[in-house]
Design a protein around this ligand. Sequence first.
Ligand code: UN1
Length: 505
Amino acid sequence: MNKILDSLGLDAVNPGTWHGGEHSADESAELIESVNPATDEIIASVRSTTATEYDALVTAARESFLEWRRIPAPARGNAVRLIGNALRENKDALGSLVTLEMGKIKAEGDGEVQEMIDIADFAVGQSRMLYGKTMHSERPQHRMYEQWHPLGLVGTITAFNFPVAVWAWNACLAAICGNINIWKPSPKTPLCGVAVQKIVNKALAGEGLPPVFFLFNDAGNQIAQKFVDDERINLISFTGSCAVGKKIGERVTARMGKVLLELGGNNAIIVDAAANLDLAVPSIVFGSVGTAGQRCTTTRRVIVHQSRLEELKSALVKAYAQVRIGNPLDAKTLMGPLIDESAIERVQAACAKVREAGGEILCGGETIEGAGNFISPAIALAKNDWEIVQTETFGPILYLIPYNTLDEAIAMQNGVVQGLSSAIFTDNLQHAEYFLSNAGSDCGIANVNIGTSGAEIGGAFGGEKETGGGREAGSDSWKAYMRRQTNTINWGSDLPLAQGISFDL
Ligand code: UN1
């Protein structure tokens, strides 16, 4: 544990307020303890940010923006390239810290840092491609085009489950677009925030750049509320639950700010009559047990053709029995702990609700003796319209739901309030294409013979309905961090009006 902290320059008590390259620490501020969910031990603590420090931070960020926006986008991209390189150097240590503080297995902790590196690389290229369109004006000797300008201050609020990658999606793109980033990490994973801030600011030190990356920590949610309501913050990008996201969306739009919401999912995999179970079974297991069921893309429902139910049921129960649960830093472990005790309680309550509704728990849902928040992953035979199935329980419980026709399966897949990720397993081309057609999945992500989780950064990431409609990472998601301006230039000596209007004096 100490080796990991030492190599990232973390102490037993760490300042949680970073004004770009510098940190401040008001010692009157509360300490946030970082707890290892695998052992219940305190790893280290991070000092929360006071209201005064927060105000000073936003003022400094605004000053920084006035300088940063003047730097050409490709040069801003070069700064992000330095960050990507620094993350490469720190991949092992930062991946281990993610595992230590969040509890996901080391391969997934490292994978998260790889996702940061990937988006940094993507952003470097994008920095030379902030393209606007040109249009043909209807008026002679007129030219029309559009260009993209930075928003200003981009606030990112991240969740515990992806304590570093989701920041990188937002921060790398926002930075090349010319914005200053202010990050509020989850109070459950404050050390990851501090470690990333250190790596990033060290990489940019001596480059003669204004500070671009700012951080504050909040033990409760008072400063976070100020942040959401702060008119100086041009965009709030929030990842978290639908309930909190809805409130944030309302508050930010009430002050005419911009929001980018990446909220909950209730993701399903349809296992068609023509599915190849050699592909489907491992994908379902990774999707439901990976990150101990705590991804927003986690597979929560498997909608299986009646003819394949028995076969799939026994294959899944067998596979679940082989999932090695334990110390997430151990290379052999496939499933680590849940984030805290209340997460365990929620999974157990979900199992109880399945039983109450008349369903069957096929396996799992049992806590494991000793320290840490360990529970065996559960599979339940259930019905799609049960309240508990309609609810996103953020843990390893998977609902198995039989169907007869593909239309019925798609209706069930879409029959939830969330719309993040979805998949079908089938070797039937018509069924695959139907699932992807506009009569098919209503989610932001729809896959064929690939599970619901583990998206690459190159695509736009996000979902519809109560998932919030935001898109982050690849494709043209960069546009969310910019404002569009349409410019019309008259290079002639007449003044024709659009729509042929004559207005002669
Ligand atoms: C999240 O759970 O908030 O597609 C993000 C995935 C990851 C990102 C998940 N690349 O599962």
